[in-house]
Design a protein. Structure first.
Length: 210
């Protein structure tokens, strides 16, 4: 499918190429969700269509909803490393740069089909719940980074606000980009346009409170 699969980062299996096997399962799921709807498709159905065992499915994914975000999760997997490797930038600007770098590296052909075909697949509340898990995970990573760089506690409200605002801006950009259709172009400029103004305000706010 042109707006190819996209669920959660799979756990590393043993003895099989991770990427190709995960994509095979996600492709099978996309077909079945379109044919039968999300609720009408079981893990066994997906494994059978992909030609693997149920156990193999769970080597890659913890839940059926994890299939929604394969490519996006794989792109975001390097966020922590990018943040830790940053230097010479304020915490807010480092997060902005990391998010834009990840977006620029993302293959524009790999669009989360959960965002483009959610109604056709009848994804419902499971889409919202799985997206919320990812938001909380990335928000927490960013907030912890900002707090550490600023010498604050991880629960510091200002760091939590920074994490929430920047990840929300990036998420809005990804959703808008995915739904733009074949004319969408690369993801990098869309994320940069969304995150930049938010980072401007947050960086000024952090400077005033320093």
């Amino acid at each position: 499918m042109s707006d190819g699969p996209g669920p959660t980062r799979p756990r590393r299996p043993v003895g099989r190429p991770r990427r190709s096997s995960a994509e095979m399962l996600a492709d099978a799921a996309a077909e079945l969700f379109l044919e039968n709807g999300y609720a009408g498709t079981t893990v066994d159905d997906i494994a059978r269509r992909a030609g693997v065992s149920r156990g193999t499915f769970f080597n890659y994914f913890e839940a059926k909803s994890d299939l929604f975000w394969l490519d996006l999760d794989q792109s975001l997997a390097d966020l922590g490393d990018l943040l830790r490797a940053s230097s010479g930038l304020s915490p807010v600007r480092a997060v902005e740069a990391a998010l834009v770098a990840l977006a620029e590296a993302h293959d524009p052909e790999r669009v989360p089909w959960a965002l483009t075909q959610s109604e056709a697949m009848a994804l419902g509340d499971d889409l919202v719940a799985s997206a919320a898990v990812r938001f909380v995970r990335q928000q927490g990573a960013v907030a912890s980074y900002v707090a550490e760089r600023s010498g604050r506690d991880r629960s510091d409200l200002s760091a939590q606000v920074v994490g929430s605002a920047l990840i929300a801006a990036a998420a809005a950009a990804i959703s808008t980009w995915a739904r733009a259709g074949v004319s969408r172009g690369p993801l990098g400029p869309v994320v940069a346009a969304a995150v930049g103004p938010v980072a401007d305000g947050l960086d000024a706010r952090e400077a005033r409170s320093a």
